[in-house]
Design a binder for this molecule. Structure first.
Ligand code: NAI
Length: 396
């Protein structure tokens, strides 16, 4: 993962406030991040925030949902953080989130998933799950091509596949194709290993459906192992080699294994402590990220980042929750935690730790926003700003 220039003491960081609850959660998020930096570095480091426009606010001010200038600013500073954005309905406008990822080639969707004490979870021991999921962000179904059942295009593709490729496809089928390349798969795996090494994690697991889709998902597995052995061979040991080592991982080595996606859904429930860094294609990662977030009770609190070689975009993973907009009641945790990821990306680990500690203590004290309060017994409901203020008080 490319790290922002660590020598910059006052980096300019562009932010997109977001639509709906965006402004409600951005305000406490910015406050918490600023205070964490101040507490950690006593004024020697500081973020210079620079607002950039996207979504409804951009459309109202410029007539454009995603102005070119916004993209230029993110490219220039190689980093940005954003609240949720409305997906414009109709008018042929694509999701702004997807456009941002594609235009900036943010090829890894990264989701850290861990438990915060006190958060209601459906599991008995939710704290056992602590994984970092690296999900491919540009290919697989994201680059999928589909033709509707009964369309002349589907018929044309079917005729080609049946007549020329000797495939068996029922008449009237809808048809979809998904591409996966060594280039995109390997760069994702590479990023995951770099992260694993710098963060001292111990296990990397490739999750795929290679038993059924051999030349896409199966190939992803093969390419992933190639990166593990050819580029990180000194740092890794394959699970298949463990039997010759008495079943023990040599000290300092990263254990590398792979799991078929359906089995992995059992594993994260039954043996969560055995997994640490997960690398996976787009669709498997889509399901697995949300399932894991639900296990720790934090679907609405999970942070995320979309990272490429040229830029990193940190974001809340939930949407704009329009019915709560402007009421200072939404939960800012997802955006704040994505801000903590951003601080780590800058190399400002001390500040990131303060943010996480502030959140942990605030949730343990049961002074929480409405969404958590209604699921916790004996909790006190507070607004977005007060929740942010409590996090600041609880830091350090
Ligand atoms: P949503 O995430 O906005 O809402 C789902 C449910 O979660 C609602 O009950 C909402 O009230 C609640 N919720 C979400 N965030 C919350 C928070 N921080 N605190 C408390 N409660 C929260 O998803 P929905 O309704 O499907 O989408 C609304 C809009 O958001 C759409 O325009 C959609 O396209 C957009 N969206 C944007 C995303 C992004 O910018 N990354 C991601 C998902 C949706």
């Amino acid at each position: 993962m490319k790290s922002h220039n660590k020598s910059i003491l006052e980096p300019i960081i562009p932010f997109i406030e977001g639509d709906g609850i965006g402004p409600d959660i951005w305000k406490p998020a910015q406050h918490v991040l600023d205070q964490a930096v101040k507490k950690a570095y006593q004024g020697t480091k500081k973020i210079i925030w620079k607002e950039i426009l996207a979504g409804e606010k951009a459309f109202k001010q410029t007539g454009n949902w995603l102005p070119e200038e916004t993209l230029d600013e993110i490219r220039r500073h190689e980093i940005a953080i954003k609240g949720p954005l409305t997906t414009p309905i109709g008018g042929g406008i694509r999701s702004i989130n997807v456009t941002l990822r594609q235009v900036l080639d943010l090829y890894a969707c990264i989701r850290p998933i861990r438990y915060f004490g006190g958060v209601p979870s459906p599991l008995k021991e939710p704290q056992k799950l602590n994984v970092m999921i690296f999900r491919e962000n540009t290919e697989d179904v994201y680059a999928g091509i589909e033709w509707a059942s009964g369309s002349p295009e589907a018929e044309k593709v079917r005729n080609f596949l049946v007549n020329e490729m000797k495939a068996k496809i029922r008449q009237g089928s809808g048809i979809g194709i998904k591409p996966m390349s060594p280039f995109a798969s390997k760069r994702l795996v590479r990023m995951a290993f770099q992260y694993t090494k710098t963060h001292g994690r111990k296990v990397v697991t490739f999750v795929h459906k290679g038993n059924i889709m051999k030349f896409t998902e199966g190939a992803f597995r093969q390419w992933a192992y190639e990166v593990a052995t050819e580029e990180f061979g000194d740092a890794t040991v394959l699970e298949s080699a463990l039997k010759d080592l008495g079943g023990k991982v040599p000290p300092g080595k990263i254990l590398v294994n792979d799991r078929i996606a359906d089995a992995m859904f059992q594993m994260v429930l039954l043996r969560p402590e055995e997994y640490s860094v997960i690398v996976t294609p787009n669709l498997d990662g889509d399901y697995l990220s949300d399932a894991c977030a639900a296990q720790v009770g934090g679907l609405g609190m999970a942070p995320g980042a979309n990272i490429g070689d040229e830029a990193a975009l940190f974001e809340a993973t939930h949407g704009t929750a329009p019915s709560h907009a402007g009421k200072d009641e939404a939960n800012p945790t997802s955006l704040i935690l994505s801000g903590a990821m951003m601080l780590e990306h800058l190399g400002w680990e001390e500040a990131a730790k303060l943010v996480v500690q502030g959140i942990e203590r605030t949730i343990e004290q049961k002074t929480v926003t409405y969404d958590l309060e209604r699921q916790m017994s004996g909790a006190k409901k507070v607004g977005s700003s007060e929740f942010g203020e409590n996090i600041v008080t609880n830091m350090g």
